[in-house]
Design a protein. Sequence first.
Length: 402
Amino acid sequence: MSLRILCQEIERGFYLLRVDDERVNYFEGIWSIPERVTYNAYLLVGDDGAVLFDGWKTVYADDLIEVIGGIMSPRDLTHVIVHHVEPDHSGSLPKVLEANGFRAEVVAHPIAKPMIGSFYKISPKFRLVRDGEEISAAGERIRLIHTPWLHWPETMMSYLVGHKILIPCDAFGGYSIPRTIFDDNDEVVREYLPSVRKYVATVIGFYRQHIIRNIEKLQGLQLDISIVAPAHGLVWRRNPQLIIDYYRSLAEGHPDGNKILVVSGSMYGLMGEAARIAVEEVERLGGRAASYWFNDLEQPPFSEIIGDAIDSRAIILAAPTYEAGVYPLIDNLVDLIVKKIPPKPVLILGSYGWAGAVARRLSEKLAAAGFKIVGAVEFKGSPSEEDARRIRDGVRKLLEQS
Ligand SMILES: Cc1cc2nc3c(=O)[nH]c(=O)nc-3n(C[C@H](O)[C@H](O)[C@H](O)COP(=O)(O)O)c2cc1C
Ligand SMILES: [Fe+2]
Ligand SMILES: [Fe+2]
């Protein structure tokens, strides 16, 4: 498969260097992403130097050097800004510095220095910068803003004062390989946003309070932003505020209409039958069910479910009892939901053969994380007429209270 690389001068002297990673199946080795992802590095070339912002994953290091070489000699890089040490952006650093003869200063937050040392066993020339510090390079004033936990503690953003470009690294990024570079086309943006939602939920959902805090920090700085140039996905120049507002809305857990997430696990179909009753009731009452089924035929990816959870109005979890506990896949999923998703109202459905454990176990876990348990319906085996009525009542209450 040939590698797709997009190298484009998007402002005078400012280049996007984007590689489309069509090989990756599991982001962070965890999250199923059939839609794949891009890594966006940026290069600013001026009369008195050149600055590389971030980089690509380790496997694409040689390709990055080649692309830079098409614009300028990598030896002439004067600065490499490492906003974030996660190797999807810093993996290429050792080879880039080697190609540069280790002449460039590595600009990073003090927290990043020992991380770079321990990840890559290199000790380049560092220029450690703190929140709000400005450097002058490549004829531009570059202000570094510390945005902790977006996505790691060392993470910074750059603001190019002259160009009015914000380079926020992971923040304001998303999965998938957009057809275009920019947000110019409505259809491209519409197609892309579900991959942003999935990315936020899986990658930075745990740090959602920091999304809000850092967006407020940026607002407080009153930056005049004409372009948001993230490290994944689309570059925002037509409507940069859209992606900032969308991030905030996701971090706050605002529901997308009447979406109700329904996740059912079932070994032999008994709970599956009950979950179908719940889905029918959701739809009868005007909700939109986003439903996922674990059974002997399917195991939907956690990444998709978590992505749908973050902007759901409420959640229905249906699981049988398994070895005196919860059907393991739903149990594992709930562990992720309580970490990554803002609290939502929940209805629990539990089935058992001799001694039910689902309602108690899941309620405890969810309530401890601030989720409101609107109801828990437990029944033996398959749902009876009476159980079906209790399920419908539970759904009605859930919709009323969400
Ligand atoms: C592997 C396995 C383990 C189970 N463990 C328990 C258990 O510990 N306690 C219990 O009450 N029922 C247990 N059951 C019974 C199921 O919870 C019960 O039959 C339930 O209705 C199954 O629904 P399902 O077909 O949707 O999976 C177990 C069933 C299986 C197949
Ligand atoms: Fe990251
Ligand atoms: Fe990243």
